[in-house]
Design a protein around this ligand. Structure first.
Ligand code: FAD
Length: 388
């Protein structure tokens, strides 16, 4: 392991500060209003794209700065730390890995420079289906080759940012399950230009938080054969390959949430006076906040470890998964400490606590449920018997 320091470099600290400053231009009212209307933060995503932050992971030869996953994660962390919601744009960072690692040179040249400038937006990732859920190897949406095209049929659920994206990374079945030797084969990944595409119906779902999430229906949606990424039938492996990056980036979303809750809780409990003293002087208020702070700091160390291993090209599955779990749980602990110390005000929209509370809860469930992270650690890290 080459670099295993847990402190950030001056450049990384400067990056965090710059992102934080940009995000602070988008006031709490901005996020509150969009949340109420369930609208996409276009102005915010455009500003972040213009500043080049969403292209962080794109190599220089394709027009990006070629930063590492650690820097990518610091960007997402600061969005949530500032009170915003990185869910509007985090997928671009973790989806891109599939294109970077497995896309052809022609695909990379065609898409990456345009994604880097913001001309194209890649924020949609179509995996989850109603009948397969967390068991991705059972997905049923099919892509059947017909000459120089594939015809896609089936449905997906909870697919976010489809209406705000130009491109969607789609996982579909190209070989029927009964013709497979290995259940992890037979799925393929496509990078689909969904602008005006026929055969795709998008039905927005009103979720607990502002997340631009949809049900998708494919009715003979035709896509060119050259949208296939890598080899046919290897899509599940390509997606799994990208999971470590996704885990680290999602951990960063939670770390940012956790920091926001703790700062908010410390400020409020220091200034709210009841029974003649600040409520934060009561250990019943203070200790949960202190505990949550420790949990966030510990999760941050695991995020940095996972990210440094990833950026050094070393195996990081255990660390990336543990970082995602620990950060999601720490943020949730911080969310509860924060809403508790706010009393009734925690439920009032104008304090933003209830919004961030709803947003932070997601990462215990998606993009992968924390139960499945526990199963990964139990079975793959500790070698215990498998449940599935
Ligand atoms: C707001 C939102 C946005 C999303 N955006 C996207 C997106 O853009 N693209 C996309 O593809 N998906 C997206 N998802 C889907 C998300 O990834 C799934 O909801 C998640 O993977 C779980 O799948 P499921 O909901 O079908 O739950 P299930 O798989 O039905 O699981 C339900 C419960 O059972 C538990 N469980 C299942 N199997 C086991 C087991 N073996 N051991 C222990 N517990 C188990 C789970 O942990 C969970 O608590 C989104 C979801 C939400 C809520």
């Amino acid at each position: 392991m080459k670099d295993m320091t847990f402190t950030l470099t001056d450049e990384q600290r400067a990056l965090k500060a710059a992102v934080h400053d940009l995000c602070k231009q988008f006031r709490p009212e901005y996020w509150r209003e969009l949340d109420a209307k369930r609208e996409y933060p276009e102005a915010f995503v455009n500003a972040l794209t213009k500043a080049g932050y969403l292209a962080a992971l794109i190599p220089q030869e394709y027009g990006g700065p070629g930063l590492g996953i650690l820097e990518g994660s610091l960007i997402l962390e600061e969005i949530n730390h500032s009170g915003g919601n990185a869910a509007a744009c985090h997928a671009q960072m973790y989806i891109m890995g599939t294109l970077l690692r497995h896309g052809s040179e022609a695909q990379k040249k065609q898409y990456l420079p345009k994604i880097a400038t913001g001309e194209l937006r890649l924020q949609a990732f179509g995996v989850t289906e109603p009948n397969s859920g967390s068991d991705t190897t059972k997905l049923q949406t099919t892509a059947v080759r017909k000459g120089d095209r594939y015809a896609v049929n089936g449905q997906k659920i909870f697919i976010s940012r489809v209406l705000q994206s130009d491109l969607m990374l789609l996982l579909a079945r190209t070989t029927p399950v009964d013709q497979l030797k290995k259940k992890t084969d037979g799925l393929s990944v496509f990078l689909v230009d969904i602008r005006g595409i026929k055969g795709l119906e998008v039905r927005p779902l009103r979720m607990m938080m502002n997340h631009s999430t949809n049900a998708l229906f494919f009715d003979n949606m035709e896509i060119p054969a050259e949208t296939l990424i890598g080899e046919e039938g290897k899509g599940f492996h390509y997606i799994l390959d990208g999971m470590n990056a996704e885990r680290i980036l999602v951990a960063a979303d939670s770390l940012g949430d956790g920091r926001w809750f703790i700062e908010k809780a410390v400020a409020y409990s220091g200034q709210r006076v009841v029974f003649g003293k600040p409520i934060g002087a009561n250990q019943g208020v203070q200790f949960p906040i202190a505990k949550a702070h420790m949990a966030v700091e510990a999760a941050d160390l695991m995020r940095i470890k996972g990210a440094r291993l990833f950026d050094g090209g070393e195996p990081c599955g255990p660390e990336a998964n543990m970082a995602k779990y620990l950060a999601a749980e720490a943020a949730w602990e911080a969310a509860n400490a924060c809403i508790d110390c706010h009393g009734g005000y925690g439920y009032a929209e104008e304090y933003d606590v209830e919004r961030k509370f709803r947003e932070a809860r997601l990462y215990k469930t998606a993009p992968i449920n924390n139960n499945l992270i526990l199963a990964y650690v139990g079975e793959h890290v500790l070698g215990m018997p498998r449940s599935y």
